[in-house]
Ligand binder design. Structure first.
Ligand SMILES: [Zn+2]
Length: 140
């Protein structure tokens, strides 16, 4: 369905989304999708079908599908897409992992962050400063 887009654009989107998968999907799914993308990206220059498969992989999940659409149709930068997806509400009203409570390192200059996806899990500590993450008061 994205046949109007060049292989280069699709490859670029796949490369851009990989660092953000953990924020878009639950951990096992993010890992699985990242593995699929890594494999397909390694083939994309030689194998035209690989870009179609990249589109198929990203279309399986609502937030990655939305990301793909915005990146290809609107040529939106990754950080901008991430910001807008944080407030994006799926029409289905299904559980949206991106709405998980956001935790940050209390050290102001530190950019370590963590998303609570399971209320039973203890809040982890910043791997750099060894202080416990705090709930981000700014909301998402
Ligand atoms: Zn820190």
């Amino acid at each position: 369905m994205y046949s109007a887009y060049s292989a280069d654009q699709i490859v670029k989107t796949a490369q851009e989304i990989r660092p953000y998968l953990a924020k878009l999907l639950d951990a096992p799914t993010a890992q699985q999708v990242d593995g699929q993308l890594a494999h397909l990206l390694s083939q994309a220059s030689a194998e035209p079908l690989a870009t179609e498969q990249i589109v198929a992989v990203l279309s399986q999940h609502e937030l990655t599908r939305e990301w793909l659409r915005r990146s290809l149709e609107e040529n939106t930068a990754a950080e901008t897409i991430l910001k807008s997806l944080r407030t994006y509400e799926p029409l289905t009203g299904s559980h949206n992992p991106i709405e998980s409570p956001h935790y940050v390192c209390p050290v102001a200059s530190c950019h370590q962050e963590w998303y609570r996806r399971d209320s039973a899990v203890e809040t982890p500590r910043c791997p750099i400063h060894d202080v416990r993450f705090v709930r981000d008061s700014k909301g998402h």
